[in-house]
Each structure stands twice: as C-alpha cells, then as structure tokens.
Ligand binder design. Structure first.
Ligand code: PRE
Length: 95
C-alpha cells in the first residue's frame, strides 16, 4: 500500500521543522559565546576580526562539508555570513 503523496510530504516537512529548530538553537548558543568573546576583546583592546583564525575555520569547515557530501562553497558562504555578523557585533561593542 502506498502512502498518499501529501502524507509523505508532511513527513519530510516534520523533519525539516525539527532540523530548522536545531539550527536556530545552535545559532543562539553560538551568538551567546561570541557575545562573550566580543566583551573579552573590547575589555582587552583586541581587534574585532582575526583573519588567520577565520582562514583556519573555513578550511576546516570546507573539509567537514566535503566529507559530509555538503557543497563546500555553500558551507564557506554560510560561515562567512555568520562571522561577518559577529564581527559587526564586536565592532559595535568597541565603538
Ligand atoms: O574567535 C574569535 O576571535 C572570534 O571573534 C569569533 C569569530 C567567529 O565568529 O568564529 C568571529 C570573528 C573573528 O574574526 C574570528 C572568529
């Protein structure tokens, strides 16, 4: 017996909703940590951006993405987007 098409789609969407919720929670935790990093950098006069660290993070993530069969270009763009936002937050704290 085949499941009706709309039930199949609903099943997929339930999984997508769970994954999206996990992504939001993970991002919230990441930004909590980077807020603390921003305060630490502001207190100690450290620059908002650390290009060397970013290069290592991107290389690592691209490798992980390839192993996980995720497009490494996409994973780099995604991390770049997040890091750029973090740098903006850090810079605002130092203004
Ligand atoms: O590790 C740091 O120094 C951070 O400020 C965190 C972070 C990141 O979001 O991962 C953000 C900015 C830096 O350029 C590098 C990394």
């Amino acid at each position: 017996m085949t499941e009706p098409a709309d039930q199949v789609l609903q099943g997929y969407r339930q999984s997508i909703d769970n994954i999206d919720a996990a992504l939001v929670h993970m991002l919230a935790e990441r930004f909590k940590v980077t807020q603390a990093v921003g305060r630490h950098k502001a207190t100690h006069g450290l620059p908002p951006a650390d290009p060397g660290r970013e290069e290592r993070q991107i290389a690592r993530l691209r490798q992980l993405a390839t192993e996980a069969q995720l497009d490494p270009e996409f994973s780099e763009k995604f991390l770049r987007f997040i890091i750029d936002e973090v740098i903006r937050h850090h810079a605002r704290m130092q203004a």
